[in-house]
Design a protein around this ligand. Structure first.
Ligand code: NDP
Ligand code: DGY
Length: 329
């Protein structure tokens, strides 16, 4: 009735999310949900309108949550729950200043993202999209000794930039392919790297000695534009570059130059700037560049678990209790 409705806290969802999350929100009976009822991103003006007076906000990585959004929400806002592990789209300083708690989705997407990254690495190194295309367009004339040759993991050196949850899961999956050395770089050495015989090395060493470079760090002011002209110039001409972190870690003009000049062999990107990458983007004209539409965590079960976790984070924040995955940095 009216009295119950008045006590319900208001939450705003910036998108339709998997039913696993919606069920949890409705079963809790503590919030009234309004959402941008679409599979496409909420227009900025709609977000600023929809969030007004909300106690809780559930957002996606495509929503920039900055001072303007927080001001539009107003003083009720207690919690922001993002359906992602990455949080570079959240202005954390502004959020913390207002005492708002933040939930995110670490761990539950690690396996799916690592699996996709390995798939992208192999597809890029062994030129799978090119091969599939040749079969369809008649380019397959015969078995030829050097046609569609690429690079293999066996006996190789792999460099992981950012040996976090996902980076480590990638390393674990790559070692059984016969990788000889596993290098990694980051801010600190990790004890758990011993499991993959990981060697903590300066970035320069990783870049110049690796046959495969996998970027799996978070996007921060420090990693923004990390992979630039100088970076690519230090790579082996036979090396393969893979990025499944965030597009902005890479300077795409410099990557284009490195791929066209033969400075590096190939690149596989699950993330770009912007997203979507315009269909006329120069990178898409290159056979040695494989671009995927940010599908690292895209398995049905993972997305369901992410939705459930983000709903439970939201509820914890609304009720002032523990959140299963609270961002405390
Ligand atoms: P973690 O926090 O576990 O790992 C992030 C790693 O980044 C840390 O190990 C950290 O290492 C490293 N890092 C931070 N700064 C630097 C730096 N300056 N140089 C090198 N490494 C650095 O996060 P996850 O592994 O769970 O996720 C990583 C990222 O992957 C997310 O932030 C997100 O952007 C992206 N992602 C992409 C997906 C996709 O669909 N493609 C899916 C899921 C996540 P250290 O502690 O030494 O600083
Ligand atoms: C994340 O969670 O940060 C990914 O980019 C999408 O799952």
């Amino acid at each position: 009735g009216m009295q119950t409705a008045a006590r319900l806290m208001k939450v705003y969802l910036t998108r339709r999310i998997p039913q696993e999350g919606m069920k949890i929100l409705s079963a809790a009976g503590v919030c009234e949900v309004s959402l941008w009822d679409s599979d496409e991103p909420v227009p900025r003006a709609e977000l600023l309108r929809g969030v007004q007076g909300a106690h809780g906000l559930l957002c996606l990585l495509s929503d920039k949550i900055d001072a303007e959004v927080l001001d539009a929400a107003g003083p009720n806002l207690k919690v922001i729950s993002t359906l992602s592990v990455g949080f570079d789209h959240l202005a954390l300083d502004e959020i913390k200043k207002r005492g708002i708690r933040v939930g995110y989705t670490p761990d539950v997407l690690t396996d799916a993202t690592a699996e996709l990254t390995v798939a992208l690495l192999l597809a890029t190194a062994r030129r799978l999209p090119e091969g599939v295309e040749e079969v369809k367009n008649g380019g397959w004339s015969s078995w030829k000794p050097l046609w569609l040759c690429g690079y293999g993991l066996s006996g190789s050196t792999v460099g992981v930039i950012g040996l976090g949850r996902i980076g480590m899961a990638i390393a674990r999956r790559l070692m059984p392919f016969g990788v000889k050395r596993l290098l990694y770089s980051g801010r600190t050495a990790k004890a758990y790297a011993a499991e993959v015989n990981g060697e903590f090395v300066p970035l320069d060493t990783l870049v110049s000695e690796s046959d495969f470079i996998v970027v799996s760090c978070s996007l921060t002011p420090e990693t923004q534009g990390l992979c630039d002209k100088v970076f690519f110039s230090k790579m082996k001409n036979t090396a393969v570059f893979v990025n499944s972190s965030r597009g902005s870690v890479v300077n795409q003009e410099d990557l284009y130059d490195a791929l066209t000049s033969g400075q590096i062999a190939a690149a596989g990107l699950d993330v770009t700037t912007p997203e979507p990458l315009p269909t006329n983007h120069p990178l898409l004209t290159l056979k040695n560049c494989v671009v995927l539409p940010h599908i690292g965590s895209a398995t049905y079960s993972t997305r369901g678990v992410m939705a459930a976790l983000s709903a439970n984070n939201l509820l914890g924040g609304l009720q002032g209790t523990d959140m299963p995955s609270e961002l405390t940095v």
